[in-house]
Design a protein around this ligand. Structure first.
Ligand code: MG
Length: 158
């Protein structure tokens, strides 16, 4: 059986933090605020994969209040969530991700993001898509205050 999950995440852009998206460190004058490394791509994908398996969400698995996840590498959290999904009898098969960010341009980093996310999730590179767009200057994203990420993922029961 094929099942689909949806994930969404947003984080604030602030001075003095690294910008990490999809496991890639992206040079920029601001980065994402959060308890972990605030990698909104990894977080949205984690929620999509967990959602497809009906196994909760990232906040339930890795609570903000837990010091273990302070400054955590979100690619490690994604890996742990995938392990949980596999233990639950599902194999991640496919994912599609849209990053909405006004600046910087993400296009040069997308191949490395896809490769890294593929390695961590076990989803083949050809079935894992990352797309980036701006918000045409509108709203909090347009003002450069933050990033939003949407993801869908498909798992197959094994
Ligand atoms: Mg998050």
């Amino acid at each position: 059986m094929i099942r689909t999950g949806i994930g969404y995440d947003s984080h604030r852009l602030v001075v003095g933090r690294p910008l990490v998206l999809g496991g890639q460190h992206i040079p920029h004058e601001r980065g994402l605020e959060g308890h972990s490394d605030a990698d909104a791509v990894a977080h949205a994908l984690t929620d999509a994969i967990l959602g497809a398996a009906a196994l909760g969400d990232i906040g339930r698995l890795f609570p903000d209040a837990d010091p273990r996840w302070k400054d955590a590498d979100s690619m490690v959290l994604l890996r742990l969530a995938c392990d949980r999904v596999v233990q639950g009898g599902f194999t991640p098969r496919q994912a599609d991700i849209t990053v909405i960010l006004e600046r910087p341009r993400l296009a040069p980093f997308i191949p490395a993001m896809v490769e890294g996310l593929s390695r961590v999730t076990g989803i083949p590179v050809g079935s894992l898509s990352v797309k980036a767009k701006t918000n045409e200057g509108m709203g909090f994203i347009g003002r450069g205050e933050g990033v939003a990420v949407m993801a869908v993922a498909t798992v197959e029961s094994t």
